[in-house]
Write a protein that binds this ligand. Structure first.
Ligand code: DON
Length: 307
């Protein structure tokens, strides 16, 4: 059930509407041309009540917000030990599209940066899984998390794939180092498809609330992620979800979070709420400018800082 809470949530949005700084993601043509005006906020409690304001039914591609959830799937499909042998859990201190491999092991530093997320996608389902099976795994899992059938934005998918040379280059490096053993093209295409799944802020707050609720979807009551994996994912979001801004974010806002280049931002407060915001203009780290400010406001008004 989605219940609008007009006063406070609308007031938060209205107080930030005049901030038109930043621009939409320029390196993906379909996102560069996206309407920059939609603005939305949604909060879902760990008991399944959703409160939203603004353009909360406007769909957008999930982009990097897919990474924590696909990482959860990889852990459940392959076991944490195996996933840790492939992808580390350290802050990279670098931008999301840097290779950021760990000295000695050549593992990507974490699963929130592109290199780590490409590796995580390759681990889905099982050792000899087909590309189609990995794609289906992601779509089915995200649909269960959102509590409705999701779909892929084929235009965003094609648009990103035709300009994905940077991700292809990194995936080739991962293969050279033995981190990736599958076909590079299939894995990058699958990862790009994963990033192109369409969601609304209401979907994202429900997905985040499932993590907050220890892996049980708060409305359907289905266990989608086991409790240890949910904890692993929230911990990595705290360490690296905001890339090279992760330390500043955790100290100031104090909510484990994940951003995406289409303008979405989700946060998780364990046992309490999942929060999602959407506004397409990005700051210099590639995070949504207004969404970041929403979280700053909520954290301070409602004392949501974890510490
Ligand atoms: O791989 C990419 O570059 C995009 N599909 C996702 C990057 C992203 O969302 C970065 N987050 N702020």
């Amino acid at each position: 059930m989605q219940t609008p809470v007009p006063d406070y949530l609308h007031e938060v949005l209205d107080s930030l509407r005049e901030d038109n700084s930043g621009e939409t993601a320029q390196y993906i043509p379909e996102l560069a041309n996206a309407d920059p005006t939609p603005f939305a906020l949604s909060i879902t409690t760990a008991t399944g009540s959703t409160y939203c304001a603004g353009d909360s039914d406007t769909p957008f591609s999930i982009q990097s917000i897919s990474k924590p959830f696909a990482y959860a799937a990889a852990i459940m499909d392959r076991g944490l030990d195996h996933v840790l042998k492939t992808i580390s859990v350290e802050a990279s201190g670098e931008a999301f599209n840097e290779l950021s491999l760990e000295d000695g092991t050549n593992r990507p530093k974490n699963p929130m940066i592109n290199a780590g997320a490409i590796a995580a996608h390759s681990l889905l389902v099982g050792k000899d899984a087909t590309a189609a099976a990995r794609n289906q795994r992601v779509l089915d899992m995200f649909s269960s998390l959102a509590g409705r059938e999701l779909s892929v934005d084929e235009d965003v998918y094609r648009s990103e794939l035709t300009t994905a040379d940077h991700n292809f280059a990194m995936a080739h490096m991962l293969r050279k180092f033995g981190i990736l053993t599958d076909d590079v093209h299939e894995v990058v295409a699958g990862y790009t498809r994963q990033c192109s799944i369409l969601v609304t802020v209401n979907d994202l707050s429900m997905m985040a609330a499932t993590l907050a609720n220890g892996g049980v979807q708060p409305v359907t009551r289905e266990r989608i992620i086991d409790a240890d994996t949910a904890r692993q994912v929230m911990s990595v979001m705290a360490v690296a979800g905001m890339y090279d801004g992760a330390g500043d974010w955790l100290t100031r806002v104090g909510i484990p979070a994940k951003s995406g280049v289409s303008g979405g931002l989700v946060g998780v407060l364990p046992d309490q709420v999942g929060v999602a915001a959407f506004s397409p203009r990005l700051d210099s780290h590639g995070n949504s400018q207004r969404s970041r400010r929403i979280f700053e406001r909520l954290s301070s008004d409602m004392d949501m800082h974890l510490f």
